[in-house]
Ligand binder design. Structure first.
Ligand SMILES: Nc1ncnc2c1ncn2[C@@H]1O[C@H](COP(=O)(O)OP(=O)(O)OP(=O)(O)O)[C@@H](O)[C@H]1O
Ligand SMILES: [Mg+2]
Length: 225
């Protein structure tokens, strides 16, 4: 499995209007790789994650995920079950009335039994220290709490690869440390979009930069202070 990329993008072109955001972009993510993705505001990082998960369709280029080319909406249903996306905006992630239902949604969708789902909720609640939030309505949560719950919904699905858009944004130091520990133990393969250099340094092995619609390695990232 190690020598076949989980994700492969070939010559992806995309723009919202006449302006190109992704320009013949290529990317490969192999099983076991932990990659950070940086780049200026508006460079297209979130757009790239939406292309990978089928929420946006490229003008041209090939998307190969888990060994299959993905084109139509139906191709991406499997992708979204196996590749976990954390949205940059937690409100886009959370749509159930309560925290517990949001955490249960993914596993139920994966056809887990009621008993299995209960176990998953228990485990995830312990892992993220969110037992006290389980019965709360989403609209009552603080921004940081929403981020934690959004992360919890992704981890509840136990995806093969995690695509995380600004996962540390708005988290306090203790919660950030808990997330780093989780990324270092539980998660095998991930692409983490972040402006938080210190966070990335502690959790990924490789950094890419998105610039002028293409992806480049950030050679000196781990040497820089
Ligand atoms: N629906 C849309 N219609 C038109 N332009 C859009 C749309 N969504 C995003 N854009 C533009 O596309 C560009 C890329 O946006 P994107 O959200 O991918 O950037 P980003 O790299 O994730 O930025 P940030 O670091 O601020 O999160 C931006 O200039 C943005 O204004
Ligand atoms: Mg973004």
């Amino acid at each position: 499995m190690n020598n076949i990329p989980i994700i492969k993008l070939e010559n992806i072109n995309f723009g919202y209007d006449s302006r190109f955001i992704l320009n013949n972009l290529n990317l490969e993510i192999f099983y076991g790789e932990k990659i950070g993705l940086m780049g200026p505001n508006g460079s297209g990082k979130t757009t790239l994650l939406y292309i990978l998960t089928g929420f946006l369709k490229p003008f041209s280029g090939k998307i190969i995920i888990l060994g299959k080319e993905r084109k139509e909406e139906k191709d991406f249903l499997e992708v979204r079950q196996k590749i976990g996306l954390l949205f940059q905006d937690s409100d886009a992630q959370l749509f159930c009335p309560t925290v517990k239902e949001d955490i249960a949604f993914g596993p139920l969708n994966l056809k887990k039994s009621r008993t299995e789902v209960k176990e998953i909720i228990k485990k995830i609640a312990n892992t993220f220290n969110i037992q006290h939030l389980l019965n709360r309505p989403i609209y009552q949560l603080s921004a940081g709490e929403k981020k934690i719950i959004a992360l919890a919904t992704v981890f509840a699905m136990d995806p093969i690869c995690y695509l995380l858009d600004e996962p540390s944004d708005g988290l306090d130091e203790t919660t950030k440390k808990r997330l780093k520990d989780l990324l270092n133990t539980w998660v095998k393969t991930c692409l983490i979009v972040s402006h938080d250099k210190e966070f990335l340094r502690d959790v990924v092995k490789k950094i890419y930069v998105l610039k002028d619609g293409q992806i480049f390695p950030y050679q000196d990232f781990f040497q820089e202070g």
